[in-house]
Design a protein around this ligand. Structure first.
Ligand SMILES: O=C(O)CCC(=O)C(=O)O
Ligand SMILES: [Fe+2]
Length: 355
């Protein structure tokens, strides 16, 4: 493999063979349910509940709890983060992928997953018995650490300059939002509002992943991102205005996440599923491509650090709800994740007690 991306956005009306998935891994777009999407939750009357003891509106907690149990996903609106800032962030990401100078591209492009800052492509195994071939996903991703206070801008590319500038501001806002969401999710489980945050631990691991999906002439033959669950605790995803592509599994069927103006898509990662002893779900999802418009997304991940010990919260375990998972150090979980990379990942299952 070369040192820079081999991905050439094609202008032809067919896709190169290295992007073509075996039949059973294709998206089968006509089978995606058009009838439902994920819940949209309005945070308009929620003040954040930071330092006081106000309990949020019970109907808000019910909605959050229902979404977390049934979907593992929801969208939020009226979250207080300025739309203008989010649009600037999405524009900077598009520019980053579209006009990164070749020498910078070379500097960041890697196949080494341990790199802190990396531009990379996803691949999945082809599954054909006699082949080691991998199929490339129709996307490119750029991943790096983030922090609400510490300046991480020196790690980021200098082009476009607004990526560094806007990202710092965006990261602060997202951290506040994540704190609110972690409180709501804890309270939704009937726990103290700080419980989940404490369990995820001090010095959480914070990573950002920008995804770029160019228009694709044959969306039925490929995927933007393969089926996966997020291994962290909580993900806050922003998508470029008006372009859909994210799909989640609900009752065994693929459901498309509708575009909602100025909304964030929130999803629970594997660690919340384990901490909640299986009550809240980390749900399989994927990104599909479309013929007309490029799509840009930014996933902000919040998870434990490698030393945090994760396991079902004791208050959620009783004789009717025996612990489903053993306690583990998050480093074990990450190592298992990387062992399973490029396959359909079953990471948390490796920490599950046998029935
Ligand atoms: O781009 C999307 O819609 C999904 C991104 C995602 O699932 C991820 O980065 O983990
Ligand atoms: Fe994801």
């Amino acid at each position: 493999m070369g040192t820079s991306s081999s991905f050439r956005w094609t202008s032809s009306d067919t896709i190169p063979s290295n992007f073509i998935l075996p039949e059973k891994k294709r998206p089968h777009l006509s089978q995606v349910s058009a009838l439902s999407s994920i819940p949209i939750i309005d945070l308009k009357n929620y003040t954040g509940d930071g330092d006081n003891n106000n309990v949020p509106d019970s109907s808000l907690l019910e909605k959050i709890s229902h979404a977390c149990e049934e979907y593992g996903f929801f969208q939020i609106i009226n979250h207080g983060i300025p739309e203008d800032l989010c649009n600037k962030m999405m524009d900077a990401i598009a520019k980053l992928f579209e006009s990164m100078p070749p020498e910078e591209r070379k500097q960041f492009f890697t196949t080494d997953h341990t790199k802190q800052v990396k531009l990379f492509n996803y691949y999945i195994n082809n599954d054909s018995a006699n082949s080691q071939d991998k199929v490339q996903m129709w996307s490119e991703s750029f991943s790096h650490p983030w922090h609400p206070i510490d300046d991480t801008s020196h790690l980021l590319p200098g082009n476009p300059p607004d990526y560094r500038e806007v990202f710092g501001e965006y990261a602060k806002e997202i951290y506040e939002l994540m704190n609110k969401l972690m409180r709501l999710i804890s309270q939704g489980l009937g726990l103290e509002k700080d419980c989940l945050k404490k369990r995820v631990g001090e010095n959480p691991s914070l990573r950002a992943q920008a995804n770029y999906y160019p228009p694709c002439p044959e969306p039925e033959l490929t995927l933007g991102l393969n089926v996966h669950t997020d291994l962290n605790a909580l993900t806050v995803l922003r998508q470029s205005p008006g372009v859909t592509g994210l799909q989640v599994i609900k009752d065994g069927e693929w459901v498309a996440v509708d575009f909602a103006p100025n909304a964030f898509v929130i999803n629970l990662g594997d660690q919340i599923q384990v901490l909640s002893n299986g009550r809240y779900k980390s749900v399989h999802h994927r990104a599909v491509t479309n013929k007309e418009q490029r799509r840009v997304t930014l996933a902000m991940f919040y998870g434990p650090n490698r030393d945090s010990v994760i396991g079902p919260v004791e208050e959620l375990v009783d004789e009717h709800h025996p612990p489903l998972y053993r306690n583990y150090r998050y480093s074990e979980f990450q190592d298992e994740f990387f062992r399973q990379v490029e396959t359909r990942r079953m990471v948390k299952e490796a920490f599950q007690f046998k029935k």
